[in-house]
Design a protein around this ligand. Structure first.
Ligand SMILES: [Zn+2]
Length: 86
């Protein structure tokens, strides 16, 4: 299983994900609507924080679930240990 989380950054103005940028991504421009991000990739990432958080949450949930299943099967016969899952 890969541990890499991929989040595509989208333009805060038009929602497209095609960007023009300089070499170190300290300046980014949306190809679709021409919006410039003078703060570069950092500024874009900040505006996309909700998307990034969603991706991390999703990934986190699947990990928690796998873990819970393993533990559950291990303690299946133990009536004193009960597991609750969302
Ligand atoms: Zn745009």
């Amino acid at each position: 299983m890969s541990t890499k989380i991929t989040v595509s950054l989208i333009c805060a103005t038009c929602g497209q994900s095609d960007f023009d940028h300089n070499e170190d991504k300290s300046w980014v421009r949306c190809i679709n609507c021409d919006r410039e991000y003078p703060g570069g990739i950092d500024e874009l990432a900040e505006l996309n924080q909700a998307n990034i958080q969603d991706a991390v949450n999703e990934y986190g949930d699947s990990l928690v679930n796998d873990f819970a299943k393993k533990i559950e099967s291990k303690f299946k016969k133990n009536k004193y240990i009960k597991f609750k899952r969302r």
